[in-house]
Design a protein around this ligand. Structure first.
Ligand code: ARG
Length: 458
C-alpha cells in the first residue's frame, strides 16, 4: 500500500470506503505533466536558495525524469485506488527511484498551493490547444464559405423566410462569433497565468522560497499577491468555463443550423458519409449525429459552469476540500471541447451543397418585400406608409394565390402610385444583395472582403 503524505498523526489506516470516496487520482491524473514541471522547478529553487544542496536537487530532477519516462503515456487510472492523488503518486514513485533525497522535495509547500499551480499550468496549455482547434474550425468555415461562392439562401428570422443572404455570409457569422470566443480565452489567460505556489497551505512560508525564480522557470507572468486567494480562489476556472460555455452556445447554434439544413424540409446540405450515421432499424437513414451530439453536449458544459460557481459559493476562506471538485468538470469540458472542435471542422469541411434545393428555397417573392419597401422610401414615400402598402400587396397577392411579381403594374399602383415599372427589377436575389450599403451587410463585395480578411488572418 502506498504511503500517504500525512500519516504521522494517525494511528489507524483510512477506511476503504473513505478512500473510495475521497481519492482523486482518477481525475487529477490529467495534471501529471504539469506536476512534473512544477516539481522540477521546485527542486531547483530549493537548491538555489540553499534549502537543499545542488547535488540533492540534481538527484531529485534525475528521479523525476525517470518517473516521467516510466509513466508517460500510461493510463494512470490503473493506479487510482492505490494513490490518493497525483501528488502522492509522483512522490511515492520518486522515492522508489531517487531514494531518501526525495523526502526533501515537498519542503515549504502544501498540496493546496501545489495542486492549483499544476492546474494553472494545465489550463494554460489547454487554452492554447482550444484556440488552435477554434482556428481549425474557422478555417473549415471559411473554406466552406469560399466553396459556397455565390449561393444565396433565404435568411431567416423567427425561422421564417426574411431576406436573401449569401450562404457564405451565414457561415462567416460563425467565424466572427468564434473569433470573439478566442479573444475571451486570450484575455482569461491573464487571470490563469498567476503563480500561486509559495503560498503553502494558506499563509505563506517561513522558508526562503524564491517565487520570482519559480515564476520565471514556469512561465508565469505574475506572482499571486495574496496567499489565501492563491490557495482558495477558483475564479479563473469559473471564467474559463464561462468562456467555454459561450463557445459551446455558439457551436450548438452552428450545429442546429446544419441539422435544419440537413433536414428534408430544407435539404440544402449533404453530409459526407464518413461524418454521418445510420439507423439500426430504418435502412434509408443518414443522420447528422455529429451536430446533434454537439448540440447536446453544450448542456453538459453549461452544467460544469454551474457546478464550479456553486462549489465556491459561500465557501469560507481559505482552502477547503470542496475545491477538489473543481477539476473533473474542467478536465471533461476541455476534452469534450477539443474533440468537438476537431470533428466539427472535419464535418463542416466535407459537406456539399444541394444547389437546386437552395434555388427552390430562394424562389419566393416575399423575400423581396423589404427591398420594395426601401425602394419606396428612396422615392420619398414615408416609411410607415410604404410598409403598409407593401404589406397590403403581400396579402393581396397571397389571397389571389399569386407571387408578387405576378401583380400587374396597375395593381401595384393601387397600393402606391409611386411604384413604377422598375419595381420588377427588384425580384432578383442578386439585386437584393447588391442593394445593401452598410458595413457588415450581405453585399457580395463586402462578403468577399470579409472572406479575404479571414483567409489572411487565420
Ligand atoms: N486533491 C486536492 C484538490 O484537488 C488537493 C489536496 C489538498 N488536500 C488537503 N487535504 N489539503 O484540491
Amino acid at each position: 500500500m502506498a504511503k500517504k503524505l500525512w500519516g504521522g498523526r494517525f494511528k489507524k489506516e483510512m477506511h476503504p470506503a473513505l478512500k473510495c470516496f475521497s481519492y482523486s487520482l482518477a481525475a487529477d491524473k490529467e495534471l501529471f505533466q504539469a506536476e512534473i514541471l512544477v516539481n522540477r522547478a521546485w527542486a531547483r529553487m530549493l537548491a538555489k536558495t540553499g534549502i537543499i544542496t545542488g547535488a540533492e536537487a540534481r538527484e531529485i530532477v534525475r528521479g523525476l525524469a525517470a518517473v516521467e519516462k516510466d509513466f508517460e503515456g500510461r493510463d494512470l487510472f490503473a493506479y487510482a485506488s492505490r494513490y490518493e492523488d497525483i501528488h502522492t503518486l509522483i512522490q511515492s514513485e520518486l522515492e522508489k527511484r531517487a531514494g531518501k533525497v526525495a523526502k526533501k522535495l515537498h519542503t515549504g509547500r502544501s498540496r493546496n498551493d501545489l495542486v492549483v499551480t499544476s492546474t494553472r499550468i494545465y489550463l494554460r496549455e489547454k487554452i492554447s490547444v482550444i484556440c488552435y482547434e477554434i482556428r481549425r474550425l474557422q478555417r473549415a468555415l471559411v473554406s466552406a464559405a469560399d466553396r459556397a461562392a455565390d449561393l444565396i439562401i433565404p435568411g431567416m428570422t423567427h425561422l421564417r423566410k426574411a431576406q436573401p443572404v449569401l450562404l457564405a455570409h451565414h457561415l462567416l457569422a460563425y467565424v466572427e462569433m468564434t473569433e470573439e470566443d478566442t479573444m475571451r480565452f486570450r484575455d482569461a489567460l491573464k487571470r490563469v497565468n498567476v503563480l500561486p505556489i509559495g503560498s503553502a497551505a494558506l499563509a505563506g512560508s517561513a522558508l526562503p522560497i524564491d517565487q520570482k525564480f519559480l515564476a520565471k522557470e514556469l512561465g508565469f507572468a505574475k506572482i499571486s499577491g495574496n496567499s489565501m486567494t492563491a490557495v482558495s480562489d477558483r475564479g479563473f476556472l469559473a471564467e474559463f468555463l464561462a468562456g467555454l460555455s459561450i463557445l459551446w452556445m455558439h457551436l450548438s447554434r452552428l450545429a442546429e443550423d446544419f441539422i435544419l439544413w440537413n433536414s428534408e424540409a430544407f435539404g440544402y446540405v449533404e453530409l459526407d458519409d464518413a461524418f454521418a450515421t445510420g439507423s439500426s432499424l430504418m435502412p434509408q437513414k443518414k443522420n447528422p449525429d455529429v451536430f446533434e451530439l454537439v448540440r447536446g453536449r453544450a448542456g453538459t458544459i453549461f452544467g460544469y459552469l454551474q457546478a464550479i460557481l456553486t462549489v465556491q459559493k459561500g465557501l469560507p476562506l481559505s482552502y477547503n476540500r470542496d475545491l477538489q471538485e473543481d477539476k473533473p468538470g474542467v478536465f471533461d469540458a476541455v476534452n469534450k471541447t477539443t474533440i468537438a472542435l476537431e470533428i466539427l471542422a472535419l464535418t463542416v469541411g466535407s459537406v456539399t451543397w444541394h444547389k437546386k434545393a437552395i434555388a427552390r428555397a430562394v424562389a419566393d417573392d416575399t423575400l423581396f418585400a423589404t427591398d420594395i419597401l426601401e425602394y419606396l422610401v428612396r422615392k420619398k414615400v414615408p416609411f410607415s406608409e410604404a410598409h403598409a402598402a407593401v404589406g397590403e400587396a403581400v396579402r393581396y397577392a397571397a389571397d389571389s394565390a399569386r407571387s408578387l411579381r405576378e401583380l400587374s403594374l396597375k395593381e401595384w399602383k393601387n397600393f402606391s402610385p409611386r411604384i413604377g415599372a422598375d419595381v420588377y427589377d427588384l425580384f432578383d436575389p442578386k439585386a437584393s444583395l447588391c442593394g445593401k450599403q452598410t458595413v457588415g451587410s450581405t453585399h457580395p463585395v463586402r462578403v468577399r472582403q470579409q472572406l479575404e480578411f479571414w483567409k489572411k488572418s487565420l
